[in-house]
Design a protein around this ligand. Structure first.
Ligand SMILES: *Cc1c(COP(=O)(O)O)cnc(C)c1O
Length: 231
């Protein structure tokens, strides 16, 4: 099936949950993104700063670019002028750097806080207590140019559906707790970015508002990223 058809198919699947599709286009050439674009897709997710910045320059200006991967502080400046949403704020130091670059660009940057919900060693993110401490801290109250729109989490890479479900449910529960305990006009819990190709249905059932789907739409990943010319 073509990329256009896949986009349409997934948007239909997501309709009943009222969940937005973030098309994860990492490693894919511009032509593939344009096929999705021509099917009406405007939200694209990338996990590498350089690739995201290059594609943003080469592709149509009305695309919303989502940074979904681990973000190094020294690279924030390359996406700060235009990024639509950073899903992967995983430390207070990164949040502070995003705030600094937002100020420099005279804009506010929408962010999600990444929470560690998986039973894996390698994942990035805040723990529940770190998150609460951070949002209630004096440091956070000074970060006037970031707007926290919700949380992002990745479930354990496992076949155990019950485990995946309980990890997503825990993210939702943490979001509800923040809503109840944190009173700031820069914090809302309207977005829950959870679910990818293998687990998006469970995520939707557990309250996801954005799923990040890559391989189901674009096919398995190309490594290294294919270089293409501007369209
Ligand atoms: C690559 C990636 C995805 C998409 O993964 P698929 O399994 O291809 O759908 C989602 N979220 C993050 C953070 C990713 O890096």
């Amino acid at each position: 099936m073509s990329i256009e058809h896949k986009i349409i198919e997934y948007r239909q699947k997501l309709e009943k949950y009222d969940t937005r599709l973030i098309a994860v286009s990492k490693t894919k050439p511009n032509e593939d993104l344009l096929q999705a674009y021509n099917a009406g897709q405007r939200d694209f997710g990338e996990n590498k700063v350089q690739e995201l910045a290059r594609k943003a320059e080469e592709l149509p200006q009305d695309i919303n670019w989502h940074m979904i991967g681990h973000l190094q502080r020294n690279k924030v400046k390359y996406i700060a002028p235009f990024v639509a949403l950073i899903h992967s704020i995983d430390s207070s130091r990164l949040a502070a750097e995003v705030n600094k670059q937002a100020l420099r660009n005279e804009r506010k940057i929408a962010c999600l806080l990444q929470v560690y919900i998986a039973d894996e060693e390698t994942k990035f993110g805040f723990s529940e207590e770190e998150l609460l401490d951070f949002l209630k801290s004096d440091q956070f109250s000074e970060l006037t140019h970031i707007e926290i729109k919700g949380l992002m989490g990745m479930a354990t890479n496992t076949d155990d559906q019950a485990q995946i479900r309980s990890e997503f449910a825990s993210l939702k529960r943490i979001a509800d707790r923040i809503s109840a305990e944190v009173d700031s006009d820069r914090v809302s819990m309207e977005e829950l970015s959870m679910g990818m190709t293998s687990d998006y249905e469970i995520a939707c059932e557990e309250g996801s508002t954005m799923v990040r789907i890559g391989s189901a739409i674009f096919g398995s990943r190309n490594y290294p990223p294919t270089q293409t010319t501007a369209p």
